[in-house]
Design a protein around this ligand. Sequence first.
Ligand code: UD1
Ligand code: UDP
Length: 372
Amino acid sequence: MKKILIVFGTRPEAIKMSPLVKEFLVNSQHFDTKVCVTAQHREMLDQVLNFFEVKPDYDLNLMKPGQNLFELTSDVIKGMKKILEEFKPDFVFVHGDTTTSTSAALAAFYAGSKVCHVEAGLRTFNKKSPFPEEMNRQITGRLADFHFAPTSTSIKNLLSEGVDEKTIYEVGNSVIDALLWAKEKLSSYEDEEITFLKKMINFDKKIILVTGHRRENFGEGFLNICSALLEVAKRDEVEIIYPVHLNPQVQQPVYDMLSKHPNIKLIKPLSYPAFVWLMNKSYIILTDSGGVQEEAPSLGKPVLVMRDTTERPEAVDAGTVKLVGTNKEYIVDQLNYLLNNEEVYYNMSKSNNPYGDGFTCSKIVSILKENG
Ligand code: UD1
Ligand code: UDP
């Protein structure tokens, strides 16, 4: 029986890897599967583990307040050593572009396990944007033996780097598996966060949902974003809801600048189902998140992305996502443009889903059965 180790550490990896954990576990006659969390995130990771009812076999418990990339990278590699020596997995699954995924992939390579990269092939080809994620995913791509690419664009990127096409599989993005799972659960239950949101938010207004956490936006970028939100919040028909990422580099400018405005509500990061529920109720989503760029189009929500580049061009091409950067005036102009023009708004809110059919994880498991 093949041994599978699935490794992740942050909120978005947990959202996108939990459905894969479940899929491997229902195939326990073929695979001995274990889960390792680095806990690069702690509270934001545990929220997701609770929702998907995933119980890690190993927990490196690495998160430190205000952690830096140097220590985190070396702590993941060192922490993985013991687990890899003990479990001796044939295949190690990592996801996307975080410090956890690249460091775990390197450790797996050192230990002689095959590296399986989920959400492979996303590229901006700009080393500094997103930082450090673009280099992380390129490095993981060099280490990987199996590349599970979400779209034909990501496949082209891998081929352009000389990756052997026999090792690349187009499987969609498991973000859709997770989203469908959450929508299904939401049809029959309401958690206490949703009850709280229902009481707190004035849904007669147009809700602008905001998230942000990119390292390249720290400092001036976040100050510009907050100034833009203060400007748009002057519109009475608008309410801005912002679940603030726990990174202190985000918390400080956001709470300093925005906590007093009556039209802006700053809240803690939401559980995944509550966030999906709120995306559905929102009018516009303003974000620098990767995952949100993939989810919102399939919910039919216009997304303005506060970045200069994206490795997810599919939804931009489909017209639901637009890059607006971090210039204050441009963000304000683009929000006002959408708020003032119903036709433009309508065209951007057509639901489309270039990221998969919700069967990404079952495709990955089938591929491993055939090729493992
Ligand atoms: C990380 C990833 C980024 C991913 C993002 C998803 C890297 C380099 N960055 O960025 O690619 O898009 O997660 O959100 O891998 N914190 C808490 N509790 C938590 C989580 C974070 O307090 O549950 C605080 C801690 O002070 C921590 C800090 O946030 O040190 C930064 O966390 P870190 O994972 O290093 O960076 P992110 O900005 O979250
Ligand atoms: N998300 C969440 N609660 C929140 C904000 C976001 O569960 O308060 C989810 C969101 O639905 C998406 C993921 O977190 O699936 C995105 O995570 P993040 O933006 O932190 O990271 P990225 O996708 O940019 O790597």
